[in-house]
Design a protein around this ligand. Structure first.
Ligand SMILES: [Zn+2]
Length: 291
């Protein structure tokens, strides 16, 4: 078993989890530090950097609840310790960064139903910025791909930071529903679930997957890393929006259970197609409540 890969992933996950404590702590210390003047450029610059790190961090590793609780506390601390102007600047920075990281491409995309139901889902990678979506670095067609996890009762994607057991990841085994009406162009089942935290299967990155052509389009949509033996449709099937298709797994080139989804124009040109879900543009740290 390639332990070194798992070891290197741990080396990445643990410092990330420590950042959960370090980033908010530094922001609070900054808020409470004695201001040099009412408009302190150092404060604005360091706040912008730390807030950017705060927004780009993957909060499903520790707990998404921190973001909800911490940001109002930070703004209140700045108002309290540094005064009204600094408080207004901090609030403005948060609003500005929030919007900048959610900028969406202007060209036309595809609007879909959300492919998962029965919980609170989290976008681990998504959006048009390389800061919050690594997919574009690997393939142009995946520029707007999304990796989706599910949050448990404490707002984390799993019980533990990097547990080895698949079923400790909240999303593992979740039903995947068709996000649109269309035709199944290709279906592959039979790849085993990958070991957690081990980068493998580079030769067959999608694992068990479905390629769907949404009705009335020339777009191809993929749902990837599905659970072995869970596919309920085959190539050539006509499917309805909301139809149960498969379960979320960990097959292919993946380090932990999640659902990968992206859309592209016909295989020849591989142009990425931006996706919205019930008209929402989702980026890292977006959450989606789906009944
Ligand atoms: Zn992905």
């Amino acid at each position: 078993m390639p332990r070194s890969h798992r070891g290197s992933l741990r080396l990445m996950i643990y410092p990330m989890a420590i950042l959960t404590i370090v980033i908010p702590l530094l922001l609070l210390l900054l808020a409470a530090a004695k201001p040099a003047s009412s408009i302190d450029p150092g404060f604005i610059l360091i706040s912008a950097i730390l807030l950017c790190a705060f927004f780009v961090y993957r909060w499903d590793i520790s707990s998404y609840a921190v973001t909800v609780l911490f940001l109002p506390a930070y703004i209140a601390a700045v108002f309290l310790f540094r005064g009204t102007i600094a408080g207004a600047i901090a609030f403005g920075l948060i609003v500005l960064l929030w919007f900048l990281l959610r900028l969406r491409p202007l060209h036309k995309g595809l609007d879909l139903d959300f492919p998962l139901k029965g919980g609170l889902f989290y976008i681990a990678h998504g959006g048009g910025s390389g800061l919050s979506n690594y997919h574009g670095r690997f393939a142009r067609s995946q520029k707007y791909a999304l990796d989706i996890t599910q949050l448990n009762s404490i707002g984390a994607r799993a019980r533990g930071l990097l547990p080895k057991e698949l079923d400790r990841y909240r999303i593992y085994g979740a039903h995947v529903y068709s996000p649109c009406a269309g035709t199944v162009i290709a279906a592959f089942d039979g790849a085993p679930d990958a070991l957690i935290g081990v980068l493998q299967n580079q030769h067959a990155p999608t694992g068990n997957h479905l390629w769907i052509q949404p009705e009335g389009t020339e777009i191809l949509l993929i749902l990837a890393h599905l659970q072995p033996g869970s596919l309920l449709v085959k190539a050539g099937d006509t499917i309805l929006a909301g139809q149960l298709l498969a379960r979320v797994g960990n097959s292919g080139h993946t380090t932990e259970p999640h659902l990968h989804i992206h859309a592209q124009l016909e295989p020849g040109n591989r142009i990425p197609v931006p996706l919205t879900f019930r008209r929402r543009w989702l980026v890292r740290n977006s959450i989606f409540w789906s009944h």
